[in-house]
Design a protein around this ligand. Structure first.
Ligand code: 5GP
Ligand code: ZN
Length: 110
């Protein structure tokens, strides 16, 4: 399931110390190290999936959990009312740099 060369697998396995804002059996949430906005969270499934292109039909609960957790984290970070963006970068041309599926949540602008 894990990929030994993957930085997000290392974060999930606590080989790279990172504060988790949320964790359950399916996913973790932590702050992006290079934030694009006052609030920039990454929602990362524990299963190593390269990108949206590599999702299997059996991964639908992972996808729905990512989105429902994004909704909850937006409320927790108090950006739900002001508004926020959710996005996936897919492969190099789509701006993906870490090849372990993750959902970006950005917001908190004035
Ligand atoms: P991508 O461009 O692949 O969609 O997004 C990867 C994101 O991961 C980038 O925004 C980058 O700043 C973030 N990132 C890369 N390495 C680390 C790390 O070791 N810790 C944290 N917290 N974020 C990271
Ligand atoms: Zn991984």
């Amino acid at each position: 399931m894990e990929n030994e060369d993957c930085i997000f697998c290392k974060i999930i396995n606590k080989q790279i110390p990172t504060e988790f804002l949320y964790e359950d059996d399916q996913l973790i949430v932590f702050k992006d190290i290079n934030p694009l906005a006052p609030i920039h969270l990454l929602l990362v499934p524990k299963k190593h999936i390269r990108s949206i292109n590599d999702l299997e039909d059996s991964d639908t609960t992972i996808v729905s959990d990512l989105i429902m957790t994004a909704r909850d984290m937006a409320e927790k970070m108090s950006v739900n009312k002001s508004g926020y963006r959710l996005f996936f970068n897919v492969e190099k041309g789509g701006g993906q740099e870490v090849f372990h599926l993750h959902l970006h949540l950005i917001g908190g602008w004035e």
